[in-house]
Design a protein around this ligand. Sequence first.
Ligand SMILES: Cc1cc2nc3c(=O)[nH]c(=O)nc-3n(C[C@H](O)[C@H](O)[C@H](O)COP(=O)(O)OP(=O)(O)OC[C@H]3O[C@@H](n4cnc5c(N)ncnc54)[C@H](O)[C@@H]3O)c2cc1C
Length: 231
Amino acid sequence: MVFVTTYTVKLKSKQEVAVGTMAFWWQRPEGYTFAAGQHADWTLINPPKTDAEGNGRTFTFAGAPQEPDLMICTRLRDTAFKDVLKDLAIGSQVSMGPARGSLVLHADAAKPAVLFAGGIGITPFRSLVLDAAARKLAHKITLFYSNRTPADAPFLQELSNVANPNYKFVPVFTTTQGHLDREKLAANIIDLSAPIYYIAGPTTMVLALRDLLISAGVPDTSIRTEDFEGY
Ligand SMILES: Cc1cc2nc3c(=O)[nH]c(=O)nc-3n(C[C@H](O)[C@H](O)[C@H](O)COP(=O)(O)OP(=O)(O)OC[C@H]3O[C@@H](n4cnc5c(N)ncnc54)[C@H](O)[C@@H]3O)c2cc1C
């Protein structure tokens, strides 16, 4: 039998950070650690309503590991889980599992990292980018951040102001600029075969970007993805 440790965490604050998008800060349990890019399973305790998907969802830690509280961020949709989460009173408790996942920055700083976030797929990369800045990592990091409009993009201002000379931020607004394509990639990455690529977001976006990279000659072994199934 496998026993998974769960933690009870208390909601400290919440804030709308983009259109229909809310961030939640939780008191970190004593000694709880995670690596930038990891996620956990979150479960509502005795919610007033539920649906076929149940009382749990997976959310990525959107805060840097150095931040004192734990932060998650989600698009609010009309599901029982999200309705209850959105309306949780400050001080309410939910249950959270251990940190897991392998969408973490590679160790070899000589290899650049290219990150592609589609909308809410920004959560692992906010953590990763802030962590790299805090630890003064030598990796060259380029973050492509696609949203329909600036109003849809959580943490936009913050991500454009990260203090790290090795960091480049490329916001893409699809209503005016269209989707990321080979030309936009080539304009920002000199040698497409050099980096390790990370993609996070809704399934359709992850698949499309993976195809784009493969067709541009990027080896499959250089592509790491996190599919936010359920979007
Ligand atoms: C590794 C991992 C990390 C993740 N990290 C995050 C994260 O950081 N932030 C985050 O927000 N999510 C994250 N997710 C996704 C998250 O777990 C949920 O699946 C997602 O938020 C959707 O939950 P929901 O309650 O809105 O919809 P669900 O109830 O889970 O939706 C079930 C299905 O209903 C449909 N549906 C529901 N509402 C709508 C709607 N309004 N419009 C269209 N279709 C709809 C969808 O087709 C969906 O497949 C992650 C998932 C994984 C696997």
